[in-house]
Write a protein that binds this ligand. Structure first.
Ligand SMILES: Nc1ncnc2c1ncn2[C@@H]1O[C@H](COP(=O)(O)OP(=O)(O)OP(=O)(O)O)[C@@H](O)[C@H]1O
Ligand SMILES: [Mg+2]
Length: 432
């Protein structure tokens, strides 16, 4: 029961604004309880209780800074009460009072975090000094707690700010990437529209072979429009931070789509393109639009490496052994992308895009996978193509190896995991 007797609580009316430390005295003997109250009533807000239950209720109602507890009390002992009070506020300072101190009770009190012990009967000066020390300690620990909380709030605010800045930056990059990626199908769409316009220009009727050609062109148009939607869907899901699902795609189908896109792409005009089939076909762990985008960015770069007519080849093969990564060291002619995130578990598929163009200068090799690095003349390249390739490969736990020779062309090889197949299964499908 909470003691509401006026003689047992400090009755100063200005308690709400009282900034003096709050001192709780708990003793089942009336004499020491009252004498302590008289000693401390001018300097502290004094609460007194004659038993543990009342003391706990008081400590729950208002924060207590220092408690003076008699160890030996009827009912709940001082050590039990100490543990309860520390449970309510771990930083409360507690002084234990006892007439019959034993080693065992001292050990208990220590374990529960008492800050001082005084023998009964106590002398007033020692008691005053002990309570003053405890109050000072409490004041200091409250100050530290407040600073810690302020620090945490500040750290949280900095973190939120950083995330917002990162989001704003990422969104900017995403918008630029959308424009980069959507540019290829749009270019092809423009070509088909031009073709259809030309063949219909003077026609009053369209039939036979001409009609068939136009129908084919419309099919291609439809495919490119779907491609645009896929690209926008991919970036939207990235912006909405939707769950990353592991997707898979047929390598052969992707190569067919790549050929279809490149055949009409103006960047490929005047150059030779060779794309090998992959037989037997293999499914790899990556989203279909992502793989197409990677190969498209690499092949278009290869075509754009020089205006002089040259050859670009795309070959693919299955690998039944993990890659010898130690042998591939980044240098002026070589780069390996996503060494840390790459799952080098066989079976793997390697898709190689190579050209017999001019090769790449060492200074460019070192930074070409970073954003906005381009050697194209102002206004003709965003320098985003390879940074998109790097990001998409990281998302798929794949990798890329580049080898280049000045005057001897460049070879980019993309490595991806084969989906849900073991070496043995793949080996038997390759040999039968
Ligand atoms: N096959 C290649 N041969 C020679 N240089 C290349 C080749 N592929 C990439 N590069 C170099 O890497 C640079 C960066 O390529 P990236 O695709 O990131 O941007 P970009 O092609 O310049 O611009 P965008 O992709 O917007 O057209 C290119 O400007 C070029 O200097
Ligand atoms: Mg490019």
């Amino acid at each position: 029961m909470l003691s509401l007797l006026p003689s047992d609580s400090d009755s100063k009316p200005s308690q709400a604004h009282d900034i003096r430390p709050r001192l709780l005295i708990v003793d089942d003997e009336e004499g020491p309880r009252q004498s302590l109250k008289i000693v401390f009533k001018n300097d502290y807000q004094v609460l007194v209780a004659s038993n543990g239950i009342d003391a706990i209720a008081m400590a729950k109602r208002q924060a207590v800074d220092v408690a003076v507890l008699d160890i030996l009390m009827q009912g709940m002992s001082g050590v039990e009460l100490l543990a309860e009070l520390k449970g309510i506020d771990p930083h409360i300072e507690v002084i234990m009072l006892t007439a019959y101190e034993t080693l065992e009770t001292t050990r208990h009190a220590l374990r529960y975090g008492a800050s001082d012990y005084l023998d009964k009967p106590f002398d007033i000066l020692t008691m005053r000094a002990a309570v003053a020390r405890a109050a000072h300690k409490r004041h200091t620990s409250l100050g530290i707690q407040t600073s810690q909380k302020q620090l945490e709030i500040l750290q949280h605010e900095i973190q939120v700010e950083r995330i917002q800045q990162e989001m704003a930056r990422t969104k900017g990059e995403i918008y630029a990437s959308v424009l980069h990626d959507i540019n290829s199908p749009l270019t092809v769409i423009a070509c088909f529209v031009e073709l259809i316009n030309r063949s219909m220009k003077n026609a009053t009727r369209v039939e036979g072979k001409q009609l068939e050609n136009i129908k084919d062109d419309f099919k291609q148009l439809q495919a490119q429009v779907s491609h645009c939607f896929e690209i926008s869907r991919r970036y939207l899901s990235f912006l909405n931070a939707s769950e990353h699902k592991t997707a898979s795609v047929s390598v052969q189908q992707t190569l067919v789509d790549l050929k279809c896109l490149l055949t009409r792409h103006p960047g490929a005009h005047g150059h030779e393109l060779i794309i090998d089939e992959l037989s037997p076909d293999v499914i790899v762990e990556i989203n279909g639009t992502d793989l197409l985008q990677i190969l498209l960015n690499l092949t278009i770069n290869a075509f754009q490496s020089t205006d002089t007519p040259h050859r670009v080849e795309v070959h693919s093969r299955c690998l039944l052994e993990p890659l010898p990564l130690d042998q591939w060291v980044d240098g002026p002619r070589e780069r390996f992308i996503n060494r840390d995130g790459f799952l080098n578990h066989s079976p793997l598929v390697a898709v190689t895009v190579c050209d017999n163009g001019p090769g790449i200068a060492p200074g460019v090799v070192a930074k070409m996978f970073d954003q906005h690095v381009t050697t194209k003349k102002a206004g003709s390249g965003t320098g985003l193509g390879l940074s998109i390739v790097k990001r998409l490969l990281k998302e798929a736990n794949g990798a890329l190896h580049l080898r280049t020779t000045i005057g001897g062309g460049s070879t980019f090889t993309v490595f991806l995991q084969v989906a849900g197949s073991t070496d043995v299964e793949l080996h038997s499908s390759l040999t039968h």
